[in-house]
Design a protein around this ligand. Structure first.
Ligand SMILES: [Zn+2]
Length: 117
């Protein structure tokens, strides 16, 4: 497994390579984020991947998600991470099933939630 520091996105496991945002290299978030991404390796089932992304694990650092959100807030180039589909320089169009699921839920809530009221 190769670990590469890049300018775009936050963290992605592409199977043979894990890409992490450059600023993570000197961040306290490096270890927990790398651990999270490593756990994605060999997760072929969608449900397994979704649960890993959506349900906080017992080993998560305190306020992990809040810290990640704060890290991203000041680095607009990491915002690409929340897109369900985006263009990756080397890999072309890539998609993230967890974010597709997340946006489907949000859009459903917005669309149907408003209609039900
Ligand atoms: Zn994940």
């Amino acid at each position: 497994m190769e670990i590469k520091f890049v300018d775009w996105g936050l963290a992605n496991n592409f199977g043979e390579v894990i890409e992490l945002h450059r600023d993570l290299e000197s961040s306290i978030l490096l270890a927990p984020i790398l651990e999270h991404e490593l756990k994605h390796t060999n997760q072929e089932e969608l449900l397994q991947k979704l649960l890993h992304d959506l349900v906080p694990s017992k080993t998560d650092v305190k306020y992990f998600r809040l810290k990640v959100a704060m890290f991203m807030l000041y680095r607009p180039k990491t915002w690409i991470q929340i897109l369900p589909v985006y263009f990756h320089k080397g890999k072309g169009l890539v998609y993230d099933t967890s974010w597709i699921f997340f946006w489907m839920v949000i859009l459903n809530l917005i669309f149907w939630g408003v209609k039900l009221i």
